[in-house]
Design a protein around this ligand. Structure first.
Ligand SMILES: Nc1ncnc2c1ncn2[C@@H]1O[C@H](COP(=O)(O)OP(=O)(O)OP(=O)(O)O)[C@@H](O)[C@H]1O
Length: 278
């Protein structure tokens, strides 16, 4: 059974249709990346899945049950860190556990483990203003992972970071995903990021947002979780980092997604021009 199912999902704001006819199935443990032109409804899609808003039509199923609101089965990481400034790194991760009823001592222990997982051992007692942007985002990721949600929803989590920090966090996330088996839905503007991280990349159309095409990518699989349609070297746990990014197969996938996206961006710009001239 699919972990997540979108069935004929539409979302309107007044008479503006942000999303229409979204049908999408995401397998348990899959890493799905969503790309699309600016304003095509990517965040709206994630908000619906997070239960932060409700579809106007259609439904979203999680483990076969309709999503009716937020829940601890889904962790959300946004572009902005959303950390509590008065709490330490450890305190911020513990905060994520307070709602789950984990006893205090166990909370502390678990928060330490997750800070370690994201490479922040030694920084437990720092406050957010004493941490770099990349470190703050690591804390946010640790916080979302600590209460062990099945699904991780990530809305451009690395967009505000410099290129080097972004690449190292991409590697960390890949490693965490491979290790924990979470289902990840990840939104980005970055084609390279999408190809590097995703098993499949869903490309959206501009206004109203629909799924235009789903491209199987899958570099660096977890064993036994290959996306349908994936072949050859893409199945190997294979190269990472720069070696992978500079491989011909990576370039081919990046170009494929770039072409799909380029057409949509051009269409969105044309629509904007037409509206402005009315
Ligand atoms: N609460 C709201 N009320 C009215 N319109 C909204 C609301 N939320 C989003 N929209 C509109 O819906 C469309 C989709 O927005 P959304 O933020 O989901 O796009 P996006 O693809 O995430 O954009 P970006 O890539 O720029 O972050 C946009 O045109 C936006 O203005």
């Amino acid at each position: 059974m699919a972990k997540i199912v979108f069935e004929g999902v539409r979302k309107t704001f007044g008479d503006f249709t942000a999303l229409d006819g979204i049908d999408l199935e995401i397998r348990s443990g899959e890493f799905l990346v969503v790309v699309g032109p600016s304003g095509c409804g990517k965040s709206t899609l994630l908000d619906l899945l997070g239960g932060l808003s409700a579809p106007t039509a259609g439904r979203i199923l999680l483990d076969g049950k309709p999503v009716t609101g937020p829940g601890l089965d889904r962790g959300i990481v946004f572009q902005q860190y959303a950390l509590l400034p008065w709490r330490t790194a450890l305190g911020n991760v513990e905060f994520g556990l307070e709602a789950t009823g984990v006893p205090r001592r166990e909370r502390k222990q678990r928060a330490r483990e997750f800070l370690d997982l994201v490479g922040l051992t030694g920084f437990e007692d720092r406050h957010p203003h004493q941490l770099s942007g990349g470190m703050r985002q690591r804390v946010a990721i640790a916080r979302s992972l600590a209460y062990d949600p099945d699904v991780l929803l990530m809305d451009e989590p690395f967009a505000a970071l410099d290129a080097q920090t972004r690449e190292s966090l991409q590697d960390e996330l890949r490693r965490i995903w491979q290790r924990t088996g979470k289902t990840v839905v990840f939104i980005t503007h970055g084609i390279e990021e999408a190809v590097y991280l995703g098993q499949r990349v869903a490309v959206m159309t501009s206004r109203p947002g629909r799924i235009k095409e789903i491209v199987p990518v899958a570099f660096g699989e977890r064993p036994g979780t290959a996306a349908p349609g994936t072949t050859g070297s893409a199945l190997a746990t294979g190269p990472q980092g720069e070696e992978l990014r500079s491989s011909p197969e990576f370039a081919r996938r990046r170009h494929e997604i770039w072409t799909l996206l380029h057409d949509e961006v051009a269409r969105a710009q044309q629509l904007e021009k037409e509206e402005a001239s009315v």
